[in-house]
Each structure stands twice: as C-alpha cells, then as structure tokens.
Design a protein around this ligand. Structure first.
Ligand code: NAD
Length: 376
C-alpha cells in the first residue's frame, strides 16, 4: 500500500462500517468515525479497537447536518472520506421514501461541501447492487450494465453516483464507487457482525436468529422466481471481503487516471436463498424452518456480479466462500445472541450501559474559504 491516510468513515458503527474501519486500521490507516448511532452502536467500535489494538476517534453527529460536519472537518486534516451512512434497507426505503432520499442524499451533499471547504479530495462511496436492474438472462452484471434500479433505495444510490460523477468530472474530487453485492457473515473473531433485529437485516442474520431459536421460522419471499429452486438467486459476499474491497478501492484512487472509478464487490458465484438455508443448516447442525410466501415478486430474481474489473484494477477478489460466511455468522450469533450490549455515553443518554469514548463536536470554526468579514 501507499502512505497511511487519515480516513473519515461515515456510518462506521454500523454492520458493514465497523468491518471497514477494522480493515482500514489493519492496513495501517488512521480512522475517525462519524455516526449518529441510530442504527450502529459505539460497542461495535470498542470491539474493533480491541481487535486492531488501535484507537478510533468517534464523532456523534448526523452526517446530513452541515454545521456539525463542518465542526468535525475542522478537528483534523482528513485525507479521504469513506461514506456508508444511510438507510440500507430496500423495504424501509420503499416505505419511507422521503426519509430515504433525505438521508441518502443530504449526507452526501454535506460531505461534499465540507470536502470542498477543507480540501479533501478522495471519496469512496459504498453503493450497492441495487443500482442494477434484473439480470434474468443469467449473465453476471458488469459495471457497464444499464442502471435500472427497481427500488427507491437503488434510485437514491444512482442519484448519488450521478452527482459524484458530475462533480468528479470538474476535478473537485476523485471518486471510487464500490457496488457491494449481498454482504453477509461476520468477522472470524465473532466479535463484530450483523444484528438480526436491525431494520433491513440481511438473510444470514435472519437465518441465524431462527437457527438460534429466537424466531419460529424464516419467511422466504417468492418461491416462483424463474430460478432452479424458485427462490431468488444472489451473489453472497463475505463482509470482510467487502471491507477489504473498500480499502483496495481507496488505495487505488491515486493510481487511476479516471475522475470516477466504479468497482463491483461480489464473488461472481450464484446461490439461491434456499441454498443458503441448506448450507447454514449443514454448518450449524441446526434446522432452519422456513415458509415460502408467493405473490408478486418484491425484487429481481437474480443478481450476480461480474468481478473482472475489480480483480484487474484492484487485485481484489473475494477469498471467503458461502460456507465460511455461514460459519462466521453462526459464531457471531452464538456469542452475541442479543447483538451488542447496550451502550451509554454523556452524548447519548437515550441508550443504557457502558460506552465507547465519543468526541464532543467543537464550536463552528471560521470556514477557510469564506470571504473575510467586511465589518458589522
Ligand atoms: N449490508 C449490506 O448488505 C450492504 C450492501 C450493499 C451496500 N451497502 C452499503 O453500506 C452502507 C451501510 O450498510 P450497513 O449494512 O452497514 O447498514 P447499517 O444500518 O448497519 O449502518 C449504517 C450506519 O449509518 C448510521 N447512520 C445512518 N444515517 C446516518 C446519518 N444521517 N448520520 C450519521 N450516521 C448515520 C447508522 O447509525 C449506522 O451505524 C449502506 O448504506 C449501503 O450504502 C450495504
């Protein structure tokens, strides 16, 4: 890798975010996190610090709050921003359209404004396979595939991608867009992972909850997809592979001649929802009762990544398979049946428990690029 960077990770206390923070620390970078802790918890960051034997500076703030973000940018000279804060659930974004657009777009605007004011140029956007339409002809999706999202979530991400591409073409920022496919599993330590009760929790988290006996059965939406077993087919990729892909994308930014580079983070391998259930049952030795609900398809039948470009440009490819995803998720689920312990800090009296150190956001500074005051 090149020189160590000081990286601001938004949404770094969340499921994918805390794995990205750990991967950045492991690669030798310094990390600040900004998170409003509506979904993530400081406990995940305490565990990341223990795993990495390094410290993280955490800022409790809404990334869409421009004043709060400006105060954070004034505390340090960041070399890069990795943006993961947002609403990630397709169902939630469909039910709460205004919240989805407001959160997923206003966070990006505030970051880009602060980056311009404080001269930060590297931006990694955590996007998703939801930007693509269906690939029902069985062909894997290359980065050049048409963007035809079927959900408000996908449309917010495409809007972000378009904004970033337009801005990058002016030379103001250098952008890496990573399109994460179905991110699943947990760190092999079993210390950080996906909380099953979180809104929009992924398939593995929901399967693990059923296997552990917290729910009577798994609901599988759609049993009449045009796939071999009728359930939807996805590209399940280990969260640590996805996290390492974010680091590889960040480190490749300076070497690319393009203002914006887009890379798929997937495995290129297809697994149906029922394949995952069977693999999980074999790995865990538990049965996972499931009910298939037919009806109008809520989602596309098949989404598989073509990873040719990420392998060629980044030297990155997913190293862990579906079995390891299941093993690692089951280890996390067993060690943390209720997810993370409750956390409380002086800034977050609405939570209960013991917490991670959080930095208070300091007073608003004088903006570097602001014109000098001409008097009262
Ligand atoms: N998990 C996946 O399968 C997946 C797949 C593709 C892409 N992604 C990308 O990764 C991102 C994070 O996904 P995740 O699974 O970690 O979700 P998550 O909900 O676990 O994490 C999101 C984090 O962002 C924080 N947050 C939300 N809105 C915020 C705001 N306005 N200000 C500050 N913090 C805010 C939450 O508290 C949480 O810690 C998604 O937004 C998406 O772009 C995830």
């Amino acid at each position: 890798m090149g020189d160590a960077m000081r990286v601001l990770v938004t949404g770094g206390a969340g499921y994918l975010g805390c794995h990205v923070v750990l991967a950045l620390l492991t690669a030798g970078h310094d990390v600040d996190v900004v998170d409003d802790f509506t979904r993530g918890t400081p406990a995940s960051l305490s565990r990341v610090e223990a795993l990495a034997h390094r410290q993280v500076t955490s800022h409790a703030a809404d990334v869409a709050d421009l004043d709060a973000m400006e105060r954070i940018f004034a505390t340090a000279r960041f070399d890069a921003v990795v943006h993961l804060a947002g609403l990630r659930s397709a169902v939630e974004c469909t039910d709460r359209v205004l919240d989805a657009y407001e959160t997923n777009l206003a966070t990006t605007f505030a970051l880009l404004r602060c980056m311009a004011w404080y001269g930060v140029q590297r931006f990694v956007m955590s996007s998703s396979a939801a930007v693509y339409g269906a690939s029902d002809d069985d062909a894997p999706l290359a980065e050049t595939a048409p963007l035809a999202p079927v959900s408000p979530l996908g449309r917010t991400l495409v809007t972000n991608e378009n904004l970033l591409a337009d801005l990058a073409r002016t030379g103001a920022v250098r952008v890496a867009v990573v399109r994460c496919f179905s991110t699943a599993g947990a760190h092999r330590s079993g210390r950080i992972g996906e909380v099953a009760k979180a809104p929009g929790a992924g398939l593995l988290a929901r399967i693990g909850h059923v296997a552990a006996g917290h729910r009577p059965h798994l609901t599988v939406h759609g049993g009449d997809h045009p796939t071999p077993d009728g359930s939807a087919v996805r590209d399940f990729v280990h969260v640590d592979d996805v996290a390492e892909g974010h680091v590889a994308a960040l480190e490749a930014l300076d070497a690319t001649s393009q203002p914006v580079s887009t890379w798929n983070l997937g495995t290129g391998r297809a697994s149906s929802v029922l394949d995952v259930v069977r693999t999980f049952e074999r790995v865990s030795g538990r049965t996972v009762p499931h009910r298939i609900i037919d009806g109008p398809a809520r989602t596309v039948s098949r989404t598989i990544a073509d990873t040719t470009r990420s392998t060629a440009d980044l030297g990155w490819s997913a190293r862990r398979d579906l079995e390891q995803i299941c093993q690692d998720h089951w280890r996390w689920q067993q060690a943390n049946p209720q997810g993370y312990p409750p956390t409380m800090t002086p800034e977050m009296p609405w939570r209960g428990g013991v917490g991670h150190r959080l930095r208070l956001v300091p007073p608003l500074p004088t903006r570097p690029s602001a014109p000098a005051s001409s008097g009262p």
